[in-house]
Design a binder for this molecule. Structure first.
Ligand SMILES: [Zn+2]
Length: 288
């Protein structure tokens, strides 16, 4: 599953290729999209803005509509110069948007829809503008209020709620809690305001640190190795706790633990010594 920084990079690359230039070609094998195009031609419109909101990619068109895609596990957007050979088979193509210089091609994206501005605001599955930690409109005070509204839930799970903080994925969830010495199984109401503010600031910092400049401009993919760094630039020891169950904590040497968390049973890693529960109990509720 791509994390928010990957989608952000994709939005930035697709934006650089498409923004401000008239669309000269549009194709899709999604009937909803082609029907929209029949009624309101996309060709001739201009791409005004491309943004990521969590795992959603939004392409805003000059006619007021927005093309929204979600990649789930297997979808990807590729960018090609006109005439360049695709790196995936044509049968996997779902959407092509092109201008005189570039083709942006969505392969096997399972979710693709066109929204009017009003429908976009009403769509509850897409995080609101400004919820994405990488967005220029991101407001940490508003994020803290959204996080607080999940008072009875465990912080490790709440960090994944895309309506609270979009862009934080499962790797960063564990890393953020470790950096702030917060136990991921601690419920939100047990955190003080300083801890909430620090968690949000760290979420923004760690996700932003992974938004590196892309080496080339030809291909943007969600697949393949995405190296994540929250600690140092060396790939072998770039993460504090994620994926390190049984290994010694990099701060104190205690064995890192892991456990499934939340309704979606996502794996969480933590160090019980560095990240104690506020009441001193173990995460199983057993007092030590
Ligand atoms: Zn530790």
């Amino acid at each position: 599953m791509p994390e928010g920084d990957t989608i952000f990079r994709t939005a930035r690359s697709v934006g650089r290729a498409l923004i401000g230039k008239p669309i000269t070609g549009f194709r899709s094998n999604y009937p909803l999209l082609t029907r929209f195009h029949d009624d309101t031609p996309i060709i001739g419109q201009t791409v005004e803005r491309v943004e990521s909101r969590g795992k959603w990619l939004l392409i805003h068109l000059s006619g007021g509509a927005t093309l929204v895609t979600h990649m789930l596990m297997n979808g990807s957007w590729h960018l090609y110069r006109i005439g360049e050979r695709w790196q995936k088979p044509a049968r996997d193509m779902r959407i092509v948007l092109e201008n005189r210089d570039y083709q942006a091609v969505a392969f096997t994206v399972p979710v693709a829809r066109i929204y009017t501005a009003e429908a976009l605001v009403r769509e509850k599955r897409i995080p609101p503008a400004g919820a994405d930690v990488l967005s220029e409109e991101f407001d940490p005070i508003a994020a803290a209020a959204r996080l607080r509204s999940c008072s009875g839930e465990e912080i490790g799970d709440v960090l994944l709620h895309q309506h609270v903080l979009a862009g934080v994925g499962n790797v960063f969830k564990s890393e953020i809690c470790f950096v702030e010495s917060v136990n991921p199984f601690c419920i939100v109401s047990a955190l003080n305001d300083q801890q909430v503010a620090a968690l949000i600031a760290t979420a923004k910092r760690l996700v932003a640190a992974n938004v590196l400049e892309d080496a080339g401009n030809t291909i943007v993919t969600y697949r393949g190795q995405q190296r994540r760094t929250t600690r140092s630039s060396s790939p072998q020891d770039s993460l504090w706790v994620y994926g390190r169950s049984g290994d010694p904590c990099r701060r104190c040497g205690t064995s890192v633990r892991h456990r499934l968390q939340g309704p979606d049973a996502r794996v969480t890693f933590w160090c019980q010594a560095c990240q104690p529960m506020p009441d001193g109990s173990d995460v199983d509720g057993i007092a030590r």
